[in-house]
Write a protein that binds this ligand. Structure first.
Ligand code: CA
Length: 716
């Protein structure tokens, strides 16, 4: 198994854990398509007889049950040519706990009374082996009205709804007639009944930005509320439904696409049967012209909210992704998020008092969290503080890389909260204790080892056995291990491990990059006319230049091979030029749509980079936007393009959604903890250098870099 394969195994969700007791999700196949035109997760067979776009079902924005769209199923029942249309479930990372599934529920709308019960398609479920597991029939009486279809299902061998991958419709007769249906809100449900809330909906705020309005309402605790439905009026009178939001999120970003116009809003609550409350009182706001500086702040604040409003409740730390697990904390993303909270405090998105309260909560949680020779697990269960083996049973111990991302954030917070108050002092003291407890030298695996190792667990030991070799995101791990005042490793490990020149290091890099370029740590080749001193392949994914340099100022890191601000800038430039060159011929790529990095994808998380074999056409906004310190003009162009032109699908309550592919007409539903904060933080480092200044002021960090400089002098 190559290193890349190993890493991707670790990056890929393996299975849900029996430990977690998560809130249960409905098993949904469709509510809305993010993209207009057609819905990515559909497949039409017998396309001559079904209206389709590239064998996918069209999306209707005119007729829908929940706003803003539904699926159109327009078909002709021909003899000798059967059709099928299947809607597949989008696997949402971390949605792995589901309510019991007793019924298939969906909503149907027919446009003609001539579509009789014989003309309606039959329904089937698709099992994980892609075989049809049940055939059901349904009937609807009235035309031009939405009707709920509720079909009891017996899953038989399929005990877990997560083993159903799709719901299909297929031809039932051969009379040659044409029919038009619309289908919406396809899901598996437990009951035919649902309580109704007695709460009255209230909009508590509406704030206009360049092309969107930020709506918010009080946090919803009533389990009878499943969705919030949003209505918009442009004349203060005629309210049209424009969207729905899950009840777990108490805001909605309504992307109107126009600037300098007033909009009015009302909201209602829906229960799980889509029964609706009365509407709230109206609230109005206007979109407005924003300067480049205001746009930067807008992106910073929206991404910051992921960590402020979207945090795991007990710890105040970051979730792996939203809409994934509710109770699970991701350590590295939390470190990034801590720095986003500091930006939010400095830019007055929140008060300093509110920030201090959150940091007291964070450090009180972390001092009682399960650690492994001082290192935190990759994922932590909020309610128990124990390691959560989300990536599989072997990953149940300490994760040194995630720990280093977390500590980078904590040490920055220690520098930021320098006040004399008792709470600020307590935050500093507890961060010091957490930092000094990490046994970096334990993670060498054996005495005098050249390498640090990524994982260790009490019952699995060193089974994963992944040694840390650069070029990748783990320089910060070596630098912190060298800087530790209590459990340091020798500075020589920077060269023996991170920049290793043995066959171990060469094989690792060649396996990651699929090329000998950069296999000897130094690279030396030019790509698009840009000389790359250090890097696997032609630089790798952009997160290599982000994660470890949110606090560590790369201007200050020079080894015997290069300076890392220059090298990171060159990696970003190569990525930018690759996307302009666009050898894959993907839609959208160019000088305002660039930046290949790790992100969600249509089927799984992946580390994308500027080589054709690792470029499936997916752009993550964090790629270009977190590169602001390196290529500010190109990053600004990308930010404006993503917001102005793609905002309708890409901009949401926490800023830019994780990733999109114009080629596949796909956009992620989720935001990821690893990708939102780097945008806030790196924009700030570009604007003021705040996080770099804070982190680099830490005496232990200065001391570590001096040790590295002394080692480099010896190496020359
Ligand atoms: Ca809908």
């Amino acid at each position: 198994m190559s290193s890349r394969q190993l890493l991707l195994v670790l990056l890929t969700l393996v299975s849900g854990s029996a430990l977690a007791k998560e809130p249960l999700n409905n098993y949904s196949f469709f509510h809305n398509s993010r993209m207009t035109g057609h819905y990515f997760y559909t497949k039409v067979i017998g396309a001559a007889n079904v209206n389709n776009i590239q064998d996918k079902l069209p999306v209707s924005e005119l007729i829908f049950h929940t706003p803003g769209n539904s699926l159109q199923l327009a078909y002709t029942n021909q003899a000798g040519s059967q059709w099928q249309a299947t809607i597949y479930r989008q696997q949402i990372r971390g949605q792995d706990h589901f309510s019991p599934a007793n019924y298939l529920s969906f909503w149907v709308y027919k446009t003609s009374a001539a579509t009789t019960s014989e003309d309606l398609p039959s329904v089937f479920l698709v099992g994980e082996d892609s075989l049809q597991v049940q055939n059901l029939s349904f009937d609807i009486k009235a035309q031009n009205v939405w009707t709920r279809v509720l079909l009891p299902i017996k899953l038989q061998d399929v005990s877990d709804p997560a083993k159903l991958i799709g719901v299909g419709f297929q031809q039932n007769n051969t009379n040659g007639k044409k029919h038009e249906l619309y289908i919406d809100d396809i899901e598996l449900v437990t009951n035919d009944t649902a309580p109704r809330t007695s709460l009255r909906p209230v909009i508590s705020g509406a704030v206009g930005a360049m092309k969107h309005i930020d709506l918010r309402w009080p946090v919803i605790a009533d389990p009878a509320i499943a969705f919030v439905k949003i209505y918009r009026a442009t004349d203060s009178k005629t309210y049209k439904p424009v969207g729905i939001q899950f009840a777990s999120i108490n805001r909605y970003a309504d992307f109107t696409g126009v600037t300098a116009r007033k909009f009015s809003y009302r909201i209602s609550f829906l229960n799980s049967r889509y029964e609706e409350t009365a509407l709230s009182k109206p609230v109005s706001a206007s979109t407005r012209v924003m300067t480049d500086n205001e746009l930067l702040t807008m992106v910073q604040e929206a991404s910051f909210r992921y960590y402020w409003e979207g945090a795991e409740k007990l710890s105040g730390l970051a979730k792996e992704n939203i809409l994934g697990r509710h109770d699970m904390i991701a350590s590295g993303a939390s470190g990034f998020g801590i720095m986003a909270l500091i930006v939010g405090t400095e830019r007055k998105f929140i008060t300093r008092d509110a920030a201090i309260k959150r940091f007291v909560q964070i450090v009180n949680f972390l001092e009682n969290t399960e650690t492994f020779h001082g290192a935190f697990a990759h994922f932590i269960d909020g309610p128990t503080g124990k390691a959560e083996p989300f990536f599989g049973s072997r990953d149940n111990g300490g994760d040194l890389v995630e720990t280093s991302f977390l500590l980078q954030g904590l040490l920055t917070a220690k520098a930021y909260f320098s006040g004399a108050g008792a709470e600020e002092k307590m935050v500093r003291d507890k961060i010091t204790a957490i930092w000094e407890k990490v046994e970096w030298n334990w993670y060498r695996q054996f005495p005098n080892s050249k390498f640090l190792y990524w994982h260790w667990s009490p019952d699995q030991g060193w089974t994963i056995n992944h040694n840390l070799v650069g070029w990748n995101e783990t320089m910060v791990t070596y630098l912190l291990a060298i800087a530790s005042p209590t459990h340091p490793v020798p500075a020589s490990m920077y060269y023996s491990g991170w920049a290793n020149l043995d066959s171990t290091g060469r094989q690792y890099r060649a396996a990651w990059g699929g090329t000998q370029d950069g296999s000897g740590y130094a690279n030396g080749n030019s790509y698009y006319g840009i000389k790359l001193d250090v890097g696997v392949s032609n630089g790798g994914p952009l997160f290599f230049t982000h994660y470890g340099y949110l606090g560590y100022d790369p201007h200050a890191i020079t080894d015997k091979y290069t300076n890392y601000f220059t090298n990171n800038k060159n990696i970003a430039s190569i990525n930018y030029r690759y996307c302009q060159d666009n050898p894959g011929g993907y839609r959208g790529y160019g000088d305002s749509c660039w930046g290949l990095t790790a992100s969600d994808g249509p089927f799984h998380y992946g580390a994308n980079e500027p080589v054709l074999r690792q470029d499936p056409g997916i752009i993550a906004p964090t790629g270009a936007i977190s590169s602001f310190p390196y290529l500010p003009e190109a990053s600004m162009k990308a930010l404006k393009n993503y917001y102005n032109n793609y905002g309708k699908f890409l901009w949401g309550e926490y800023g830019f959604r994780d990733a999109f592919s114009l080629t596949d007409n796909w956009c992620a539903d989720i935001y990821m903890g690893l990708n939102q904060a780097p945008m806030t933080v790196m924009i700030e480092n570009y604007r003021t250098g705040l996080l770099w200044k804070l982190f680099m002021s830490t005496p232990d960090i200065k001391n570590g870099l001096e040790k590295l400089a002394a080692e480099t002098a010896k190496q020359r």
